[in-house]
Design a protein around this ligand. Structure first.
Ligand SMILES: Nc1ncnc2c1ncn2[C@@H]1O[C@H](COP(=O)(O)OP(=O)(O)OP(=O)(O)O)[C@@H](O)[C@H]1O
Length: 237
């Protein structure tokens, strides 16, 4: 379970997160939807201990990320690409992440297989396409077999096959009891995948609910999204 409660973040005089509160529950895929600049990455960065909130809390299974004993075994994440050095091979990168987190080496081969990079594990990351980089980021997120996955714009750079593949992977993770939270600024991507939607605009949560609940009274998710987010104007205040 991922729980955000009254989260406030200020940057200078601007409030970029204004009492953001929602939850992502086990067994569900939760999509965090909003236009560019709405506050999705800021929210996820606080959850993952990369940034501090000015108010409120963000908890992973009841604890702040920084106090987790085994973070990679609790929550796997993708933020800002794979984080791998260009001169390293994918296998070497994953082996390093595994070693520094006490994760058995055998997991490296398993996750490469799981994300469809088994044949590209020996290739330097600098030669990877955008889509391969996304797969590598997901491999690192899966290394510790975490209960929760937190993915910032995971389908960016994936082709239609890749999008179908990641949908299946996230669906299986949730069906096995895991928690999945993914952000997106493209509603079409999440329509066929998410159980629950959380819509943010201008640093405020404007709607939460199931796909049916969020789209009720609108022509579809796209109409709902534009109506709720004010036509895509997500610039904070
Ligand atoms: N390091 C920073 N310094 C100053 N302002 C920032 C910083 N990071 C984000 N912001 C601002 O905070 C607001 C929220 O940005 P954030 O990246 O969280 O939005 P987002 O919903 O993830 O958008 P995108 O889809 O473009 O990544 C924006 O107005 C952005 O310009």
């Amino acid at each position: 379970m991922l729980l955000f409660d009254q989260l406030v973040k200020r940057r200078g005089a601007r409030t970029v997160l204004d009492h953001v509160g929602f939850e992502a529950r086990p067994g569900r895929v939760t999509a965090f939807l909003g236009p560019n600049g709405a506050g999705k990455s800021s929210t996820l960065r606080i959850l993952l201990g990369l940034d501090r909130a000015d108010g409120g809390s963000a908890l992973v299974g009841g604890s702040p990320y920084r106090s987790l004993r085994d973070p990679l075994r609790t929550v796997g994440s993708i933020l800002d690409g794979s984080g791998a050095h260009r001169s390293r091979t994918a296998r070497a990168h994953l082996a390093w992440v595994a070693r520094s987190n006490g994760i058995p080496r055998r997991r490296v081969g398993e996750v490469l297989e799981q994300v469809g990079l088994a044949d590209a594990g020996g290739v330097r990351v600098g030669r990877y396409s955008l889509g391969m980089g996304q797969r590598l980021g997901l491999a690192a997120a899966l290394l510790g077999e975490p209960e929760a996955l937190v993915l910032d714009e995971p389908v960016n750079g994936l082709d239609p096959d890749g999008i179908r593949w990641i949908r299946g992977l996230l669906r299986r993770h949730a069906d096995a009891g895991g928690t999945v939270l993914l952000s997106s600024h493209l509603m079409g991507e999440v329509a066929g995948l998410a159980d629950d939607l959380v819509v943010i605009a201008g640093g405020r949560i404007v709607k939460t609910g199931t796909l049916a609940e969020v789209t009720a009274g609108f022509g579809g998710l796209e109409d709902a999204f534009f109506a709720l987010t004010g036509g895509g104007d997500g610039a904070g205040r």
